[in-house]
Design a protein around this ligand. Sequence first.
Ligand SMILES: *Cc1c(COP(=O)(O)O)cnc(C)c1O
Length: 492
Amino acid sequence: MNRASQYMRAPARARGRCLAGCIGTDDERAEDAVGEAAGTAADDGRRAARRDEAVRAAVERGLLGPDSPVVGLLDVTGIRESAAALRAAFEDVVAPGTPVLHAFAVKASPLVPVLRLLREEGIGAEVASPGELALARAAGLRPEATVLDSPAKTPAELRQALALGIAVNADNPQELARLDALTRSATSRSPLGLRVNPQVGGGSIGATSTSTPTSKFGVALRDPGAREWVVQAYRDRPWLTRLHTHTGSQGVPLSLMARGVAETYALAEEINRAVGRQQIDTLDIGGGLPVNFASDATTPTYAQYARLLAESVPGLFDGRYGLVTEFGRSLLAKHGTIVARVEYAKSAGGRPVAITHAGVQVATRTVYMPGSWPLRIAAYDAKGRPKEGPDVVQDVAGPACFSGDLLAERASLPLLEQGDLAAALDTGAYYFAHHYAYNSLARPGVYGYAAGADGEVAFATVREPQSVEEIVAESGGAHASALTTLTEPGRR
Ligand SMILES: *Cc1c(COP(=O)(O)O)cnc(C)c1O
């Protein structure tokens, strides 16, 4: 297929200081970086101000109150800004006309309206399960803008992806064998690739490090014979035109991500040399840009990462390769806030404890691995106004029935009192959209907001709160006597 028509093209603009592959002189780059940092800081400040407006308006509007004590809020303006920043960062470094698909990792925010918003911003979808593919399709994502990547695709999933023309990255030799069979029996427009693990090492969080020597993902490139096997696999399969890596997520430093991309690029060059043509025409460099959870500052930026890649992988952006990226967390994290009412404020062992309605069900990673996933908590009063007062060391607890259910332990913030609101910041990715049904706690409602210049805030429902009737239905309510009426075969 003609890969150039698959997805949007970078505008063929000559920026003077940024022609094919070049990224400007050091002076120009320094100026750009200073201007960019100032612009980013201003955006960060406006985003924090919009968040405050939204919390106040959510209380006024009754989205948040005694009977709906926890909600997820999404900043539509901020999401649009991040999408634009991602597009611009790569437009600035790639050769004019280079096809680039930014495929949002759906697992970071599996919500149909979010995927539709991103689609409108020119962002596609990276899916890793039948459910995620269905969400992307429900959001109207075209097959050309969708990439399937899971490590455990069934034959039926592969067949469906090929029938739809969705790009597929095979994870391992057995999956490639399945693709062999499928491509023999039917024609497909799907661009097909192979995921490799360059084994460049892990970051500070084991669970999100995908490039360790023993990672479960992709073909482990440094294992004995693996590289030769990969080269031969491409020789044998002229239809294998992509190469994929995703070196890690939160906790992996930019330099390590860039090293993973560099190794993958070098392999693509080796394969293309070996087969004597540009068989690999597209590199899928994965996602993984880390997010700063310590303040409102957006750092690192997409622009920093794109420039680092341009410097450390010369050739990657010179126009010979189309590009796919798969960012998730960095597109959404800073645009989401969980807001929960303080049901009770108490003290134990001399420490104040705020019992809120946000805990393990909406912040699972933080509760189980607080060292790796700390969250900032902001205090608001019962009317949703930022709370004043001296910082007090306190625990912010969730509603679940185990003592580790803490959003934050020994956090310093104005003393939370009964009826106040605790907001868990930067939770737009991998938090409230990823409900964990502990204690049959309900999925909270999710609302998008857009703040006008006059302080007016408009809301849209992204996901209704789950009702207790739905909880019963999803918990086998229709099969209440299934077990009491089951008898052993043969027994009377
Ligand atoms: C999770 C994942 C991503 C997204 O990672 P982020 O850290 O959210 O950017 C991209 N690609 C693959 C294959 C993934 O598994």
